[in-house]
Each structure stands twice: as structure tokens, then as C-alpha cells.
Design a protein around this ligand. Structure first.
Ligand code: GKR
Ligand code: MG
Length: 442
């Protein structure tokens, strides 16, 4: 049997709709962007992948085509090595200070790796999870409900979608302003009703820390048996973080990036002090985002939960981190950003291949649910997504009409790189990003 080879690669920058979600970086714009890769073989099979948006990623993906075209799908490791060799210098400044990762090459490698894994899975008639690490470990993956404070988009003239105030359905709630503990509990109740989550994570770094503590306490009272996590993206000083952590000891399962670099000490050093002082399991998607950082973070004992998002660890790298966690008695989870249903399938395949007792994975999907790029999106039921072993490749089939519409939306609105400071101007005049100040505290 001859091995299929790649004859065509298309890169589609796409956009989707978003709510005015708040975080340390500001307020989400009404549109978010992603890059979708579609690879076709000489046997007419199609492999897909999804990574963050941004023109540099689009352009680098297009520039890589020569390294991939004509190659058999089995040479994916050699292809990734050649892309890394040629473009790794683009990532030399690291992920940056924003809440989201600003690298290029690692996302490009993931996009190529995933589309090839999708094709390999289809060729071998196995799920991508079966090709990673020690193969598929589970058929169901726990998913957490990602709660956000939401700005009042009616204060802007930007093109956010409208809501009906008397309606508590998720469709309506996910667009309504939510800036108080009560509003977040209302949001959680609506998300619970629709998706049945067993874990919630609150995106912090928005209000003063004491108000975020109140929100978690109220959530805990409303959902006493549900696990809770909080992520202020390093907004707090070590002193603030230890104080809030003491107040929340009974309420949280884990805390994520509670503090970061300060007074000449690195984020990894400060988080090590935090974990030692508080004994709260500490997660990150900010200070252990590659092997070199992870090695330092583990040596210092800065974290016990690396959130190994396949989008910036690669699919294989993410599962490799899970294997390490399993051997070292650490916990593993996945970080997320706004995404479509191809990314959902990527994260679920990685989590299905992660050995051991893993945490419910992050996903922003509930904010985008309904905006499908595939004909058979995975769906969250009872707080889980199932990936049966009969699934093939990533388990999703691209919907070309939907893909073209999302590409058209991107082209119409000319948005490329994420910039949460734009919408934030409508809430606070002259607002500027400050990695040590919650977004609404100026
Ligand atoms: O979507 O606003 C957001 C988040 O703040 C995102 O940018 C982060 O990357 O959720 C992410 C995290 O830090 O875990
Ligand atoms: Mg985080």
C-alpha cells in the first residue's frame, strides 16, 4: 500500500463572534480570529487543524508550504523539525506579558503537526489520541466551565451581538454584562443547566482581588460540590496572592498564575514562594510554556499543574507533559483561548491520550458554541465530551461553506492580531495594559 502524500495546503484566516469578556489584557473585541489549515493528499483525504489568529502566523504557515508539499504523511516529524529549524528565531522573545501567548513558530508547528496527525489517523483508521504518547487512555474527557466577568457592550458602538435581558438561557446570558458576584453565579447557573459542568474556572485579574474572592465564595455557596479554580493571570503581588489564597483555601481546587515577576524576582521564583507559603496547588499557562521554562518551574517547585495547551506545546508535546506529570505525581490540564470546534477536537484528543488522573480541561467553547466550522462538532454533555475509540483522525469533518463564511468575516472586518485594549477604551478612557493591575482597577 503506498503512503499518501500532500498535494495541497490551504491556510484560512477566520473570524468568529465573541462577547465582551474581560481579562487582565482588557476586553475581548466582538470578533476573535484563528488560522485554519486544510491539507489534501493525492488520495483526496483531508487533514485539518486550528491555531490562534494573527497575520504573522498566517504568513509563516503560507511560507512553510514548500517544506511540506510532496512529502508523505508519515514524514511529519521530519517536516516539523525542518519548520522549527527555519523559523524558531521568530519565537525568541517568548510568549510576552499578555494573558495570551504571542509566539508564532510553535503555533505554526502545531498547525502542521495536527493536520498531518489527522491524515495519519484517517489512513490508519484510529483517533489522533491513539497516535499520541501511549495511545488513547479514556473515552470521556472532563471539561470545565470557563466563567468571565463581562463588560456592558451597550456602552460601545462596536458590533457585539445583542441579548434579551429577561432570558436566562445560555444564548442570552453569555452576552449580558456580568460585573458582580451575583451576576457570575447567574452565569454559572445558566452554564450548568446547559452543559452540566462539575468544575468551574473564573477568569480573574478584572476586579479588585477582594471582589474576586467574594465571587469565588458566592460560587462555592451556590455550588458546594463543584470544583472551583481562579486565574488572575499574575495580576496580584505575592503579598496579595497569599492573602487571597488564605481566604480561599476552603473554596478552591487550584489557583492559576496568582502572581508573577516582581522586585527583580522571576515569575517562577515568586510562584515558588507562593506555593510554599500557601500549599494551594498552583497551575500555569504563563511561566512554564516550553521545556526550558518547565524544567526551571519544576526545579523551583513553582507549580504543580502545567496547563499544557496543545496549541502552544504541540499535540505530542502536550501529551509528553502529561506523561511527565503522571510519573512525577503532578497534575495536568489544558489552557485555552477563544476557538472553533477544530481546536475543541484537538484538545479533547490530547486529553484523551493524557495518562493518569488529569484535571477537567479548559475551553472557551461555551462562548462560541454554535459557530461551527465542522459538520460534526463534539459537544459537552454532563460536563464531559466523549471521544469513542471508533473516532477516526481528529473526529471532525470540515464544513467548507462554514469555513469560507468565517474567512469572509475575517476579511470584511480586517481584524488580525488580538488587542483587548481597543474595546477597553469604552469602559475606561485612555486605558493601558498593566500586567500588575486588574483591568477594571485604574
Ligand atoms: O480569553 O481573555 C481570555 C483569557 O485571559 C486568555 O487570554 C488566557 O490565555 O484564559 C487564558 C489563561 O490565561 O488561562
Ligand atoms: Mg491562565
Amino acid at each position: 500500500m503506498s503512503i499518501p502524500h500532500i498535494v495541497k495546503i490551504d491556510v484560512y484566516p477566520v473570524a468568529g463572534r465573541d462577547s465582551m469578556l474581560l481579562n487582565l489584557s482588557g476586553a475581548h473585541f466582538p470578533f476573535f480570529t484563528r488560522n485554519i489549515v486544510v491539507m489534501t493528499t493525492n488520495t483526496d483525504d483531508i487533514g485539518v487543524s486550528e491555531v490562534p489568529g494573527g497575520e504573522t502566523i498566517t504568513n509563516t504557515l503560507n511560507a512553510c508550504k514548500d517544506l511540506i508539499l510532496g512529502k508523505p504523511i508519515t514524514s511529519f516529524k521530519q517536516i516539523m523539525a525542518s519548520i522549527n529549524h527555519k523559523y524558531s528565531q521568530l519565537d525568541k522573545r517568548g510568549r510576552g506579558n499578555q494573558t495570551f501567548d504571542q509566539r508564532t513558530t510553535i503555533h505554526v508547528i502545531t498547525a502542521v503537526e495536527t493536520a498531518l496527525l489527522d491524515l495519519l489517523g484517517k489512513f490508519l483508521r484510529v483517533p489522533v489520541a491513539e497516535l499520541l504518547g501511549n495511545g488513547q487512555q479514556r473515552e470521556e474527557v472532563d471539561i470545565l466551565g470557563y466563567l468571565f466577568y463581562i463588560g456592558d457592550s451597550k456602552k460601545t458602538d462596536l458590533d457585539y451581538q445583542k441579548w434579551n435581558t429577561n432570558d436566562n438561557s445560555w444564548e442570552s446570558i453569555r452576552r449580558q454584562p456580568a460585573l458582580t458576584p451575583d451576576a457570575i453565579v447567574k452565569q454559572a447557573k445558566s452554564a450548568y443547566k446547559r452543559y452540566g459542568f462539575r468544575t468551574f474556572k473564573l477568569k480573574g485579574g478584572v476586579l479588585d482581588g477582594e471582589d474576586e474572592v467574594k465571587t469565588i465564595k458566592l460560587l462555592h455557596r451556590a455550588f458546594p460540590t463543584i470544583k472551583l479554580d481562579l486565574d488572575p493571570n499574575g495580576a496580584w503581588s505575592l503579598a496579595q496572592a497569599t492573602k487571597y489564597a488564605d481566604e480561599l483555601h476552603e473554596d478552591l481546587t487550584y489557583i492559576e498564575d496568582p502572581c508573577g515577576a516582581e522586585n527583580g524576582f522571576s515569575g517562577r521564583e515568586i510562584m515558588a514562594e507562593f506555593q510554599r507559603l500557601t500549599n494551594i496547588p498552583t497551575a500555569t499557562n504563563m511561566i512554564a510554556t516550553d521545556w526550558r521554562q518547565l524544567q526551571h518551574a519544576l526545579t523551583l517547585n513553582s507549580i504543580s499543574i502545567p496547563l499544557a495547551d496543545p496549541h502552544f506545546w504541540t499535540m505530542e508535546g502536550s501529551v509528553e507533559v502529561a506523561q511527565l506529570c503522571n510519573h512525577f505525581g503532578l497534575n495536568w490540564g489544558i489552557h485555552s483561548n477563544n476557538h472553533f470546534d477544530i481546536s475543541l477536537a484537538m484538545s479533547v484528543n490530547a486529553a484523551a491520550a493524557a495518562p493518569g488522573n488529569i484535571y477537567a480541561i479548559d475551553t472557551h467553547w461555551i462562548w462560541q458554541d454554535g459557530q461551527y466550522l465542522t459538520k460534526n462538532p463534539l459537544s459537552i454533555k454532563n460536563g464531559k465530551i466523549s471521544l469513542p475509540s471508533s473516532s477516526i483522525g481528529l473526529g471532525v469533518e470540515i464544513d467548507f461553506d462554514a469555513l469560507k463564511r468565517a474567512n469572509q468575516l475575517y476579511l470584511e472586518h480586517k481584524i488580525s492580531n488580538r488587542d483587548d485594549s481597543i474595546a477597553m477604551q469604552y469602559l475606561i478612557n485612555n486605558w493601558k495594559f498593566d500586567p500588575k493591575k486588574p483591568a477594571m482597577v485604574r
